[in-house]
Design a protein around this ligand. Structure first.
Ligand code: KIV
Ligand code: ZN
Length: 512
């Protein structure tokens, strides 16, 4: 039996540090539940000291999500560690993750500490965290640019102090695969006590090498890989976990390791993270991109039809990509709808199912054939849990090449319909201006993206918007419809509802 590599997911912590991404507690919980279904070994749910929102999210995940280790990040000081523990204490398997930088460049310019002071702080942090829980991870930030002998001394000291996992981050994505592999091997050889702990790596993607560096580390003795779904994260992001997992799985002959992940949940996890963060997955992205299993050339298509393995090294069903078949139509009933969702791996509550079924019926009236991708888009749209302060009741748009675009919009709030009209640079702008008049809050539209869920003239349009409120905080809204203007309106209203929910609670009524 080959050795296990542990998968540590930091989508909710390092991933959420992606520019323009901000997840609320409900969204983080949804992702954490899905990560548990994916069966990663560790979910890093956040950095509790940094904000009340992060604290609540870590607490909510620790309380609810079972069968997985839940980690919270802390700098090497007691206040951070105490906050991490307070957020984590109800977890089934809590892990406190402490870190401090060990490279000379960070010591000199950022920490303004010498090597001995950093070593002492690291040891004190691990000892303090150990008072709360047996599972303590220590990360040497910027390890790949640290002096090897000093780094090994710090690692040996934190292991002696009780660390159960030591993590070697390539914080700035500077390492190259052979170099990083040698570095990990040297750490294994030079650090007393290393054989007793999990040796982890955490690679960033500034040179596009995060996955290659992580895999090289595995070949040289790393037993845990940290990363994020879709590779999201600071700057160019982190190692894409779906790629690491499928490389370990597909090339078991090279790596000789196993992972505990349910690979069939990968695609669903990728979709959910993309939907909730509003970060699209590039079409040619390995493993989960729209084109990852599409064969365009006639020669390839012919080969795949004769024998799939001629041009496919992984079976798309292994990562949970739905077979794009025509499944349901306007005469399909609730039972068939539920059954197909179960087959697609969605386990919805009665309330979620009801909402999704209503959207399905609306869609089936407009679109002849409903594919698995359409169903996924509906469900991912309906499982958002932000209670709406405003809902779209109706809208009328006037637009054309020779008229000033205008929109009349009716929104329901507090049981009342409020109507406003506005002109704009285009129909979407006119709708958003009318909505702004009703909600009375000032936001800036940061980005707007329109994508087709499937092909064909009656394809569902999926709109994702990011808006910034007056405090500078970004909120993401998304919706789908065969009518792209309707999807545009609903996506914007979705983002506004999230602002109201966070600022005032769900019962806040119209301020306009
Ligand atoms: O990139 C990094 O160094 C980190 C540590 C906090 C683990 O994210
Ligand atoms: Zn990082």
């Amino acid at each position: 039996m080959s050795e296990r590599v542990y998968i540590f997911d930091t989508t909710l912590r390092d991933g959420e540090q992606s520019p323009g991404v901000s997840l609320n507690v409900n969204e983080k919980l949804q992702i954490a539940r899905q990560l548990a279904r994916l069966r990663v070994d560790v979910i890093e749910a956040g950095f509790p000291y940094t904000s009340p929102g992060d604290f609540k999210a870590v607490q909510a995940v620790a309380r609810e999500v079972r069968g997985v280790t839940v980690a919270g990040l802390a700098r090497s000081n007691f206040a951070d560690i105490d906050a991490a523990w307070n957020a984590l204490k109800e977890a089934e398997q809590p892990r406190i993750h402490v870190f401090i930088a060990t490279s000379d460049i960070h010591l000199k310019y950022k920490l303004r500490k010498d090597r001995e002071q950093v070593l002492e702080a690291a040891v004190a942090a691990v000892k303090h965290a150990k008072k709360y829980t047996s599972d303590v991870e220590f990360s040497a930030e910027d390890a790949s640019r640290s002096d090897l002998d000093y780094l090994c001394r710090v690692l040996a000291a934190v292991i002696a102090a009780g660390a159960t996992v030591v993590n070697i981050p390539d914080t700035v994505g500077y390492a190259t695969p052979a170099e990083f592999g040698n570095f990990i091997r040297a750490i294994r050889e030079k650090t007393p006590g290393i054989e007793k702990v999990v040796l982890s790596v955490h690679c960033h993607d500034d040179l596009g090498l995060a996955v290659a560096n992580s895999l090289s580390a595995v070949l040289n003795g790393a037993t845990q890989v940290e990363g994020t779904i879709n590779g999201i994260g600071e700057r160019a992001g982190n190692a894409a976990l779906e790629e690491v997992i499928m490389a370990l799985h597909t090339r078991r002959d090279i790596y000789g390791k196993t992972v505990g992940v349910v690979t069939e949940e990968i695609y669903r996890t990728s979709r959910l993270v993309s939907t909730l963060t509003g970060m699209p997955v590039q079409y040619n992205k390995a493993v989960v991109g729209k084109n990852a299993f599409a064969h365009e050339s006639g020669i390839h298509q012919d080969g795949v039809l004769k024998e799939r393995t001629t041009y496919e090294i992984m079976n798309p069903t292994m990562v949970g990509i739905p077979v794009s078949s025509l499944v349901l139509g306007k005469h399909s009933g609730r039972h068939a709808f539920r059954q197909r969702l179960i087959e697609l791996g969605y386990d919805l509550s009665e309330e979620e199912l009801n909402k999704a079924f209503i959207r399905f019926k609306e869609l089936a009236d407009r679109k002849k054939t409903i594919t698995d991708e359409d169903l996924q888009a509906i469900v991912e749209g309906e499982i958002r849990q932000t209670p709406p302060t405003f809902e779209l009741e109706y809208m009328h748009i006037l637009s054309g090449t020779t008229v000033v675009p205008s929109a009349t919009v009716g929104l329901v709030t507090g049981g009342e319909v409020i109507e406003e009209a506005a002109c704009g640079d285009g129909p979407v702008d006119a709708i958003y201006r009318a909505v702004d008049k009703i909600t009375g809050i000032r936001v800036t539209l940061v980005s707007y993206a329109l994508d087709a869920v499937t092909g064909g003239k009656d394809a569902l349009g999926s709109v994702t918007v990011k808006v910034q409120d007056e405090r500078g905080k970004i909120f993401t809204g998304r919706d789908i419809s065969t009518d792209v203007l309707e999807a545009s309106a609903r996506a914007y209203i979705d983002a506004i509802n999230k602002i109201f929910h966070e600022m005032n609670g769900p019962s806040m009524q119209n301020r306009g």
